[in-house]
Design a protein around this ligand. Structure first.
Ligand code: HEM
Length: 246
């Protein structure tokens, strides 16, 4: 039997945990202060200060989703502490993604960063809720292979909040020299374009990567299964020519 690799042979959990910790340490303070003036997102006129009070729970529940997601995909925790995997799974779905996704639908629909970002936010929130609830249902029905597939998609969407910020920085740095030419000095338009690029690349690329990973998995197990099936002898060659067979 093949030995299961131990946790220290899976070093990706620690860099990922460190990345999430740094992200949360940077993101949370303006929302823990409960001071609307410290929000990093300008208040859209249609919502006023209600925008901030929707953003605060979004950020707090989103943080729970992000922290529990890292623990949930850690193979060591799943293998050694299945009861914790179940408990943290419920926290991920009902104390993280569900409230963070519903509030994301509201702040997403009223984003001050333009229609391209709005479309991305609303679609992402709906997919995030959909994939996560599908994964939870599959686990309830003990269809664990499908549970795993939906939760890998859900994880990719949860983690996309970090890649979004990376694309935002890349787009700002590469497009800033064009502010006075391509954007005619219009900082609002510049902000909308940077935000739109970050919003769409932020989640579509991780989701495509997750699909590629799942497909690779699927074709690998198909190959293994094909190798295990013994080759059937060709009936025409193998069977002796019996008069009654013809
Ligand atoms: C994956 C689904 C998510 C969607 C659709 C979403 C959507 C949004 C939206 C619409 C905003 C307001 C900015 C804007 O108008 O564009 C926002 C802000 C924010 N979200 Fe999310 N979010 C998601 C996941 C998360 C997660 C998992 C976290 C983890 C902590 C998070 C943390 C934040 C923070 C900190 C802000 C405030 C912006 C800032 O201070 O940089 N979001 N989100």
């Amino acid at each position: 039997m093949k030995a299961r690799p131990t946790w220290w042979r899976r070093p990706w959990v620690f860099p990922l945990g460190a990345l999430v910790t740094i992200f949360l340490a940077f993101s949370l303070p303006p929302y823990l202060s409960l001071d609307p003036d410290r929000s990093r997102v300008p208040q859209p006129e249609a919502l006023g200060v209600a925008h901030y009070w929707t953003l605060v729970p979004h950020v707090l529940f989103g943080s729970i989703a992000l922290a529990t997601a890292v623990l949930q995909i850690w193979p060591w925790l799943r293998a050694r502490h299945p009861a914790w995997h179940r408990r943290l799974g419920r926290l991920y779905v009902f104390g993280g993604v569900l409230p963070a996704g519903l509030t994301a639908l509201v702040v997403g629909a009223f984003t001050p960063f333009g229609p391209v970002t709005r479309a991305s936010n609303v679609l992402l929130a709906a997919l995030w809720l959909g994939c996560t609830l599908a994964g939870w249902r599959m686990a309830r029905q003990r269809r664990f292979a499908e549970h795993r597939r939906w939760m890998i998609r859900s994880f990719a969407l949860t983690a996309s909040i970090i890649t979004n910020r990376i694309w935002g920085a890349v787009a700002t740095i590469t497009l800033a020299p064009r502010l006075d030419t391509t954007f005619h000095g219009d900082e609002v338009l510049f902000g909308w374009v940077v935000s739109g690029v970050a919003a769409w690349l932020g989640w579509t690329l991780p989701l495509l990567a997750a699909e590629w990973w799942l497909e690779r998995d699927r074709s690998r197990s198909r190959r293994l299964r094909d190798r295990r099936i013994p080759v059937q002898p060709d009936p025409v060659v193998a069977e002796p020519a019996v008069a009654g067979n013809r």
